[in-house]
Design a protein around this ligand. Structure first.
Ligand code: C2E
Ligand code: MG
Ligand code: MG
Length: 445
């Protein structure tokens, strides 16, 4: 269909040029040729509009739906077949969809994403259509190793604009990808609410960074054998309407949208400023740990940026430690290589050890300094929970790591950890995260 339209457009454009030529050559027929010219141009414009899905959406009367289709294993297909063949596959899919869609039109969004606008009478028709497209696509047989899996999000259009409706179909399609059993999902209002809340939060975060509404708190780490503070962790806080909001309430959204990249840089600078102050006042703080997200460490030039910032504030590398965690929502590839480079320049600790994806090979292949045992293992007093905790401590010691236990809230937990040889603890039992002023006062004591 699209090919035919493009051919017609080329034909009409050529006719227009010829008509122009004749207008100049045969001036006596000028009026007649000019009329022809206008007709051609009108045809041209109407065709241009006809292939525009938004325009068709405006013209379409009756019940209409937008189906968003996405090849969910497109990355694998690209990797497996290479660019040329995968492009051909995605083109073939487009043609299959065009052939199946009788009452509507199709727009190719990105390489492997397609928006379909259709007229319908009942939902069954739409389900039949997506099943038909799915069956036809499975007939595109490149080889038996990589199967095409396509998911559909369906929005039964309301009065909102085309874009709004397409966004909803896309959201439903993204949710359909999480469901192995169904190839399609109809959009429902509750799908949108969580997305809207996320976007609101993201906007608050972006504004807060511009308006300096983030503050860094410090939670001391105690060595209960030496009975003194042996470091602290910098934890970011959001100040909103007089409230102090902890990182756990926004960090997942921040990480999902890679907002942690500018946020981590901000925290790094704030920590550098505070270290400078502590040094000036001759207060001993040992090291301050800074959390760095997966997006941050995956950034090109991250190491250079951190080194340059330390230099700018005249801070030694040993004054800080970087805490990395593998429990981020954007879990992408393996972090081992990046961590390897990071360990060459900084003291690195593995945060939330035991609940993330940190592999044992990552520990053995890199010069990691510290393991932070997640709170989950500190509070789990079941027999198997204790076995896991004991073995994490034993393994960490055998491998020569320093150990910090997180989230220690009671004397019993502290005593148990001490009896197993884990002396450095961080948690409410000793201190909650403190504002810089309170932290300074604690160091003075
Ligand atoms: P985390 O690095 O594991 O930090 C420990 C979290 O446990 C902190 O929550 C801390 O306030 C809380 N905590 C400490 N002691 C106790 C305790 O005894 N009991 C309980 N229930 N909780 C305790 P927070 O500050 O809300 O931070 C949550 C997570 O957000 C952090 O986990 C860290 O992964 C992330 N985060 C914090 N600041 C930053 C930052 O500047 N950059 C990045 N990328 N992530 C950050
Ligand atoms: Mg941490
Ligand atoms: Mg942790």
């Amino acid at each position: 269909m699209k090919n035919i339209i493009i051919k017609v457009l080329i034909f009409v454009t050529i006719l227009t040029i010829i008509a122009n030529f004749f207008t100049i050559k045969f001036l006596e027929y000028e009026f007649f040729i000019r009329i022809l010219l206008i007709i051609f141009l009108v045809i041209d414009v109407v065709f241009c509009m006809y292939i525009n899905i938004q325009f068709r959406y405006l013209l379409m009367r009756g019940k209409k739906a937008i189906i968003y289709a996405d090849v969910s294993n497109s990355k694998l297909i690209k990797l497996y077949y290479g660019n040329d063949i995968s492009n051909k596959i995605f083109n073939d899919i487009y043609e299959v969809i065009e052939k199946c869609v009788k009452k509507g039109c199709v727009k190719r969004k990105f390489k492997s994403h397609y928006a379909i606008l259709i007229k319908y009478d009942n939902k069954r028709e739409i389900i039949d259509l997506v099943n038909k497209i799915n069956n036809e696509i499975h007939k595109i047989n490149y080889n038996d190793l990589v199967h095409l899996t396509i998911k559909f999000g369906i929005q039964l259009c309301d009065d909102e604009s085309y874009e709004e409706n397409e966004n909803k179909a896309e959201l439903a399609c993204n949710l359909a990808k999480n469901n192995l059993l169904n190839i399609y999902r109809f959009y429902s209002e509750s799908d949108g609410e969580s997305q809207i809340e996320e976007k609101k939060m993201l906007n608050i975060l972006i504004k807060a960074l511009k308006n300096n509404e983030f503050e860094v708190y410090f939670q001391p780490k105690f060595d209960n054998k030496l009975n003194k503070i042996v470091g602290s962790e910098a934890l970011v806080r959001l100040k909103q309407n007089g409230n102090i909001i902890p990182a756990k309430d926004f960090i997942d959204i921040a990480e999902k949208y890679a907002f942690t990249v500018p946020l981590d840089k901000y925290v790094l600078k704030e920590v550098c400023k505070k270290i400078k102050e502590l040094k000036k006042k001759k207060l001993t703080f040992n090291t301050i740990s800074i959390n760095v997200s997966r997006s941050t460490i995956s950034e090109e030039n991250m190491i250079e940026y951190y080194l340059k910032t330390l230099e700018e504030y005249d801070i030694k590398r040993g004054d800080i430690e970087l805490e990395i965690t593998e429990r981020d929502s954007n879990s992408g590839g393996d972090l081992t290589n990046i961590v390897h480079e990071l360990c060459k320049k900084f003291n690195v600790s593995i945060d939330d050890f035991g609940i993330g994806n940190s592999s044992l090979s990552m520990l053995s292949e890199n010069k990691i300094k510290t393991i932070k045992i997640d709170r989950k293992f500190v509070i789990d007093e079941s027999e198997s929970g204790r076995k896991i905790l004991n073995n994490i401590i034993k393994l960490s010691k055998d491998l020569g790591f320093e150990i910090v236990a997180e989230g220690v809230e009671t004397k019993e937990q502290q005593d148990y950890l001490k009896s197993k040889g884990c002396n450095v603890v961080q948690g409410y039992y000793y201190s909650k995260p403190l504002s810089f002023e309170d932290y300074e006062n604690m160091l003075k004591k």
